[in-house]
Ligand binder design. Structure first.
Ligand SMILES: Nc1ncnc2c1ncn2[C@@H]1O[C@H](COP(=O)(O)OP(=O)(O)OP(=O)(O)O)[C@@H](O)[C@H]1O
Ligand SMILES: Nc1ncnc2c1ncn2[C@@H]1O[C@H](COP(=O)(O)OP(=O)(O)OP(=O)(O)O)[C@@H](O)[C@H]1O
Ligand SMILES: [Mg+2]
Ligand SMILES: [Mg+2]
Lengths: 228, 228
């Protein structure tokens, strides 16, 4: 489902450039459960943003489901991002003056095959699933850090995307809550959904079938975990 | 240095109230290294905000260094917060259109005993200490999540406060970088600085001398770790 070929990402800030990804080659099959690890600043979020169609490569190619993302029109690109991919941002990116429920409903407005009457119940179910049944009407600044993180997770799941990209989804969660979230990802993966999650915790990464480790913008290692 | 007596915190949202802390009693001595754990939503950040003079109790008393915080004027309260306490926020709270260096210099403007000519070098040193020597002139949206977290940490250390309160300071950091940060806290603690850190990772918590666990706004347990 994912093919990166010689993917490079360079950020330019005035006259300095930061090479965040350097000629990365990567293949991920449909239905895999992959973890991405690496030290702070090694390029994980940059990689995820490219895979999630939130940012483009500076050079190289990204094929998603066989299509070269470069050849897509702006509309097609946005369509893929909204319909095929559920993205959990490292910084949550929730809308501030908007309740948890409204935040989770948002992706549903982009989907054309879901009945408007179902938005509310789909969003409610996603929030119940991440343990936020009694926080639905709270706005983000009235939620704890881990609750905000879980709203971001619920939002990524709500329109049942083909692929879930989660950037440090358990960084603000205690162990028990993290395992609840992981078992949600495992369940979705068992239904055929491709899951890629960035984590800095080895105990979380071992739930994946494969661990890719980045360092300074390159893939340092790519190992099966022996867990499917 | 810290005494909480029957501290309660109630958040009111329209006609619902959330009891985030329920009659909490707590004593922390000067120079202790304490970890605070507990599940998402259990009241850790609420407790930290009260201890850090960022929020007040709804009822009960908070004595900081022997002084009842309720009896302080607004100016005295702000003074304590800016001079005695270094706070690392769970959500970083960095100023957006401001470089890492400028963000870290900010607390120095509140200190009256530090020479203005030293602001730049003190801030630079704090950033070098957290490994961000080559990111000083980046603004937050040009930094990785873990780099933003480290700017927030550097900012909390820069004016050598008597007490450091860190809310999930390693939530976005890989293991190696987390241990670097922890050894900074240990070093400061060895110099007599009181350190309180919220973490959801038991491996991080064991570096503290004492672990306080919250659940639903109460202290569930309070244990020495046998590590000093
Ligand atoms: N401003 C607010 N208004 C209403 N409720 C709030 C507010 N801030 C926090 N809460 C609620 O108070 C409870 C405690 O929040 P707190 O942020 O202290 O939790 P926490 O232990 O830090 O959680 P986490 O580990 O997820 O960061 C949560 O259930 C949260 O929903
Ligand atoms: N918009 C940007 N402009 C310039 N440099 C950037 C920008 N975004 C990221 N960087 C730099 O690119 C590098 C990779 O960033 P990235 O966010 O991918 O790291 P990461 O592996 O996700 O780190 P973390 O674990 O801390 O979240 C970092 O060194 C960062 O400073
Ligand atoms: Mg990142
Ligand atoms: Mg918190």
């Amino acid at each position: 489902i994912i093919k990166l070929r010689e993917a490079c990402k360079v950020y330019r800030l005035g006259d300095i450039s930061v090479e965040a990804l350097k000629k990365v080659d990567l293949d991920i099959d449909k239905g895999e459960f992959t973890a991405v690890m690496g030290s702070s600043g090694s390029g994980k979020s940059t990689l995820m943003n490219i895979l999630g169609c939130l940012d483009t490569v500076t050079s190289g190619d990204y094929f998603l489901d066989g299509q070269n993302v470069n050849s897509l029109s702006k509309d097609e690109y946005a369509e893929i991002r909204n319909k095929k991919i559920g993205f959990v941002f490292q910084g949550f990116n929730l809308l501030p003056r908007t309740t948890a429920l409204e935040n989770v409903e948002l992706p549903l407005f982009y989907s054309r095959h879901i009945n408007k009457n179902d938005y509310n119940s789909l969003a409610r179910n996603a929030l119940i699933r991440v343990g936020l049944e009694d926080r639905m009407h709270h706005e983000p600044n009235k939620l704890s850090g881990g609750q905000q993180q879980r709203v971001a997770i619920a939002r990524a799941l709500v329109n049942n995307p083909a692929m879930i990209l989660a950037d440090e989804p358990t960084g603000n969660l205690d162990t028990a809550t993290s395992l609840d979230i992981l078992s949600i990802f495992q369940e979705l993966n068992a239904q055929g959904i491709t899951v890629i999650l960035v984590t800095h915790e080895p105990d979380i990464a071992k739930y994946a079938g494969r661990i890719i480790t980045l360092r300074d913008g390159i893939i340092l290692s790519d190992e099966k975990t022996g867990d499917t």
